[in-house]
Write a protein that binds this ligand. Structure first.
Ligand SMILES: Cc1ncc(C[n+]2csc(CCOP(=O)(O)OP(=O)(O)O)c2C)c(N)n1
Ligand SMILES: [Mg+2]
Length: 330
């Protein structure tokens, strides 16, 4: 075993969250097949290390914006699996009262400013939050998660431009999973490393191994320190891979089995489990207890969702429009 600069509690916390995300996704996929969950699921299986490493570098008062592939971000920022499962199952006890589903989950009290069905939609929202923090002189940071595909959109460039110009406390976190739907990166962008796009907006750009939770954590910590010191934003590109389809049911004709198998060998959850056993003096028995805890929490989440009521038609318009901005604290 080599000396680790991290406490066992921290490391096990990372593993617990990564495992919760992985198992949450697999459970949600099963429950969708079983009929509990209507609608689309864009799973983040394979991308757990990005969500966990990035959110671990934030304080609870910092905020994130998420994407259509956002379950991992929510869990990593403190979202409760049972309210997430209830939202997926369209139940009143879910994060949006069962009216938003996977693409809209939000919890301002946890600094989760929302998943977003609009690709790139969360990036300007994070810039707005970062501007608010700067204006109010609050030492808070806004982190936007988005995919590689989103970096080809105007919203991305406009958001980075203003954040760079005004030196906002923002972190632009690109989960580069190599595809936007079925389009590989080399057919959608003329650059190999998307982090290079930071140069245009006078901010540092970093490329990290997105399957290595500790590398992601360290990179994000650097960006957080910079943001809190008033030195401005950072673009982080974390290279990773989505192991399942763009959505559940995607025939995946655009990539080869060989490629998928290669990335499965780099599975971030399995790799970190092995690292913990090898380098962090964690026993197999401890890990198994963790794994059992996760399964129990997910059993409870599914039971909670299944036993919760569905929204009734009379409430269709309730909670859809904000009545006042008072008290809208994130
Ligand atoms: C503005 C907008 N354009 C297109 C879509 C359709 N769409 C949904 S996901 C997606 C791919 C996004 O790719 P990327 O940003 O790499 O995220 P990933 O799905 O790989 O996590 C597209 C084009 C959309 N939802 N919103
Ligand atoms: Mg992508």
């Amino acid at each position: 075993m080599s000396e680790s600069p991290y406490s066992q509690k921290t490391l096990l916390g990372f593993y617990h969250q990564m495992l919760m995300i992985r198992e949450f996704e697999l459970r949600a996929i099963n429950e969708r097949r079983a009929g509990l969950i209507p609608g689309f699921i864009h799973s983040c299986v394979g991308q757990e290390a990005t969500a966990v490493g990035a959110c671990a570098a934030l304080e609870s008062s910092d905020v994130i914006t998420s994407t259509h592939r956002g379950h991992g971000h929510l869990i990593a920022k403190g979202g409760e699996p049972k309210y997430m499962m209830a939202e997926l199952a369209a139940r009143t006890t879910g994060y949006c009262g069962g009216k938003g589903g996977s693409l809209h989950m939000t919890d301002f009290s946890l600094g989760i400013l929302g998943a977003n069905g609009i690709v790139g939609g969360g990036i300007p929202i994070a810039v707005g939050a970062a501007l608010a923090f700067q204006q109010k002189r609050e030492p808070r940071v806004a982190l936007a998660f988005f995919g590689d595909g989103a970096t080809n959109e105007g919203a991305f460039h406009e958001a980075l431009n203003l954040a760079g110009l005004w030196r906002l406390p923002a972190i632009f976190f690109c989960e580069n999973n190599l595809y936007g739907e079925g389009t590989p990166q080399e057919k959608q962008a003329p650059v190999a490393d998307l982090a290079i796009r930071a140069d245009s907006y006078a901010m540092p750009g970093m490329t990290v191994d997105g399957n290595d939770v500790l590398a992601v954590y360290e990179a994000t910590k650097v960006a957080v320190v910079r943001a809190r010191l008033g030195e401005g934003p950072t673009l982080i590109e974390a290279k990773t891979y989505r192991q399942r389809g763009h959505y559940e049911g995607d025939p995946m004709v655009y990539r080869s089995k060989v490629e998928m198998e290669e990335w499965k060998r780099l599975d971030p959850v399995i790799a970190f489990r092995e690292w913990l056993l090898r380098e962090a003096d964690v026993s197999e028995a401890e890990i198994i207890t963790f794994e059992q805890d996760v399964q129990k929490a997910l059993d409870e989440a599914v039971a909670f969702a299944a036993s919760s009521p569905k929204p009734v038609p009379e409430t269709a318009l309730a909670g859809v429009y904000a009545e006042t901005h008072d008290g809208l604290v994130f």
